[in-house]
Design a protein around this ligand. Structure first.
Ligand SMILES: [Fe+2]
Length: 283
């Protein structure tokens, strides 16, 4: 499952390396101020080149011995089940294109800077890596459940609700999470850690509401992707995240996520279908 989404990593033009260099250089001072400690340790463990877009095999030489995770190159959209199933196998689908030089600040889609400089440093941390694997197990449980529901409409509705809950939880933690550290706040979400403008805003702006992460809230909390986040959630530790993903899986199995609050994100037919195809291979 998923192998067909993998592509070879291309060779990059000089102007593409220049985009990486510019993004990396201006983030450095922000990472020092606002990134959580595990991220900073991960960054130094990976030995990323500030001047050149990394080759994923070089990243994996330092990453894989730590947690078993590898960054695998993908081209474009990866259906939700395939994405989570990769995590279960400790493979991180990694976008290999880089944003254009005239769109340094805002890009709705992930690029290699978001994926490698934003996500991958966290994958060097054991507890965080285990939490990602558990996300994959949640998807597996959801697909198994779907396989047991005969009525097609009911099956689609149930998977849609579970997937909405998973997407919200992933969004408010892995993508946009904050973390308490020594009585202060740091960023741990990759969407923040790869955004020059939003990183400082997330920690310091009085316009952002910051609340404790609670599973019973986050699964019902809609989010929007096209502007700075007005609401962020604060984790205590990656061990807490790991425990909460375990609870998420229990809630999937017990039916507690079958009717989460409506609203964003909308779940695409491609994402829904990826779970229904998966039911044949999930056992
Ligand atoms: Fe991301």
């Amino acid at each position: 499952m998923g192998l067909s989404n993998f592509v070879p990593q291309p060779l990059y033009r000089e102007e593409e390396h220049r985009v990486w260099r510019t993004l990396y250089a201006r983030m450095q001072e922000r990472w020092d101020r606002y990134a959580n400690l595990r991220y900073l340790e991960g960054m130094s463990a990976l030995h990323l080149d500030p001047d050149r877009i990394p080759r994923l095999e070089d990243v994996n030489r330092f990453l894989c011995p730590r947690t078993g995770f590898v960054a695998k190159p993908v081209g474009g959209y990866v259906p939700a089940y395939v994405f989570f199933d990769c995590l279960r196998r400790r493979e991180f689908p990694t976008t290999v294109t880089i944003r254009p030089a005239d769109q340094l600040d805002y890009l709705p889609e992930p690029d290699i800077f978001h994926d490698v400089a934003g996500h991958v440093p966290m994958h060097t941390d054991a507890a965080f890596a285990e939490a990602l694997v558990r996300f994959g197990e949640c998807a597996h449980s959801a697909a198994e459940l779907a396989g047991g529901i005969r009525d097609r409409k009911k099956r689609m509705r149930r998977i849609e609700s579970i997937l909405k809950a998973m997407a919200r939880f992933f969004w408010f933690t892995v993508e946009f999470g904050l973390m308490r550290e020594n009585d202060g706040l740091k960023a741990c979400g990759s969407g923040l850690l790869s955004s020059y403008g939003e990183l400082g805003h997330a920690i310091e702006s009085p316009d952002v509401e910051r609340v404790e992460l609670r599973l019973e809230d986050v699964v019902h909390q809609p989010f929007e992707i096209d502007h700075y986040q007005p609401l962020l959630m604060v984790l205590e530790s990656f061990e807490q995240l790991y425990d909460m993903v375990g609870s998420l899986e229990r809630w999937i199995r017990s039916g507690r996520l079958d009717e989460v609050a409506p609203g964003e994100p909308q779940i695409s037919m491609g994402d829904l279908k990826s779970f229904l195809v998966a039911e044949h291979v999930a056992a």
